[in-house]
Design a binder for this molecule. Structure first.
Ligand code: GDD
Ligand code: MN
Length: 390
């Protein structure tokens, strides 16, 4: 069955939810660009692998970006023999990651997957991935860096580039790349519910990073495999993919940190309130009150200021529909308790920096506030607002 050319996406793409009963078992996307010499072997191998156990319950979706070698035409000719094969030909724009998501948008499977169409991902590893998904994994990844994994004859340069890219990812996006032993893998299965309606906007080649970062991935399984040598055709990886990988990491870093950046912006208004009250209360010509007592009053007013803005802005996606007076006061109480604990730490740090390190008192206060901000963000996210999310 061939699809008419699909316009390439301008904005984030989402994979639709499906009723469990409506879906089939598996939709496996094969992204292709000039795989005309590999596509027949790929399709027949996959059908042999899946047919006896999942006949009628799986589909293979070739998503071709208008290959000059007419891969889409060759695949379409195969679909007479293999009705479980669907072919999408994209005529606007090119890109591996968006091709995969486009395929998933057309898919009917409860398990969604991607495999390279050049036989470098051994198809039989799919059975091990499916076993993990049937055990309950949200995401099952074929990894070159798990036991039994590896690459065939990769040059030292390519190995170093791949490992270097992984190290860079660990630096920029540890909470995502740290979950994967092979973040560069393009061979994995994901449970549809884990990514349904999540806005996916990958850049370049690495769809797995986007899925891991944006999806609701609680159970992540990995299976070792050996990346094979290409039998025919060429790898499409150029320096451009490495630049796009870096862009992708930075884009995700910014978007995953936007909440933290908002929390810090609110924190800055709190610092202004804190400092202004501290000034008014401690200046000899004004309040002339002792430092600690003034700090406590200043901090409490700053806490109320921060709660108001965080509840209305930073965490507003988590508080929608949970704004009854009791729910808000419960959040305010938790926020206060966490911030009071943070204030205790802040006082300790303030006195340590001021009395032991002999920093200027405003510098000591700013340093103490910076360290306590990390404490406040993490515990408030997990205990004050994330709880409402659940
Ligand atoms: N539709 C579409 N559009 N498919 C593409 C495009 C594109 O722009 N570029 C590449 N592909 C397809 C290829 O036809 C192949 O099926 C698969 O994506 C992988 O492309 P290769 O060019 O063979 O990549 P590689 O062999 O260097 O593999 C590396 O990248 C893969 C994709 O992330 C390795 O990191 C693999 O582990 C990884 O799966
Ligand atoms: Mn390849």
């Amino acid at each position: 069955m061939v699809y008419f050319p699909l316009p390439s996406p301008a904005t984030a793409l989402t994979v639709p939810k499906l009723g469990e009963a409506d879906g089939i078992f598996l939709s496996l996307v094969l992204p292709t660009y000039n795989e005309g010499e590999n596509i027949q072997a790929m399709v027949t191998t996959l059908v042999k692998l899946l047919e006896n156990r999942w006949s009628g319950q799986y589909e293979l979706i070739v998503v071709d970006d208008d290959s000059p070698d007419l891969t889409w035409q060759k695949a379409f000719n195969l679909s007479d023999t293999y009705p479980q094969l669907r072919v999408i030909r994209r005529t606007e724009g090119r890109g591996l990651s968006t091709a995969v998501i486009r395929g998933w948008q057309e898919a009917r499977g409860n398990f969604l997957g991607v495999i390279d169409a050049d036989l470098q991902h051994p198809p039989q590893v799919l059975l091990a991935l499916l076993a993990e998904m049937e055990r309950g994994a949200d995401l099952a990844v074929a990894s070159r860096h798990q036991s039994g994994g590896g690459v065939s004859q990769w040059s030292l340069v390519r190995r170093l580039l791949s490992r270097g890219a992984q190290m860079l990812g660990l630096l920029i996006l540890p909470e995502v790349i740290g979950r994967l032993s092979d973040p560069m893998s393009g061979f994995f299965l994901v449970r549809r519910q884990a990514i349904a309606d999540c806005p996916l906007s990958p850049v370049g080649y690495k769809i797995l990073i986007e899925v891991t970062a944006r999806g609701r991935i609680r159970w992540l399984a990995e299976v070792g495999y050996v990346f094979q040598e290409r039998r025919s055709g060429q790898s499409k990886v150029t320096w451009r993919q490495y630049v796009e990988y870096l862009q992708h990491l930075c884009k995700l870093r910014l978007s995953l940190s936007s909440r933290f950046l908002q929390f810090c912006a609110v924190g800055l208004t709190g610092v202004a309130v804190d400092m202004a009250i501290l000034f008014i209360l401690t200046e000899p010509s004004l309040g002339d009150l002792p430092l600690s007592r003034s700090k406590i009053i200043a901090a409490q007013l700053a806490i109320l200021n921060n709660f108001f803005w965080n509840d209305r802005w930073t965490f507003q996606d988590l508080t929608q529909g949970q704004n009854s007076p009791s729910q808000v006061s419960k959040r305010l109480l938790k926020f206060n308790l966490i911030c009071w604990a943070g204030l205790g730490i802040n006082l300790g740090l303030l006195n340590f920096f001021f009395n032991f390190s002999h920093f200027n008192r405003y510098l000591a206060n700013a340093l103490a506030i910076a360290l306590v901000t990390l404490w406040n963000f993490w515990f408030n996210l997990k205990l004050s607002w994330r709880v409402t999310d659940v």
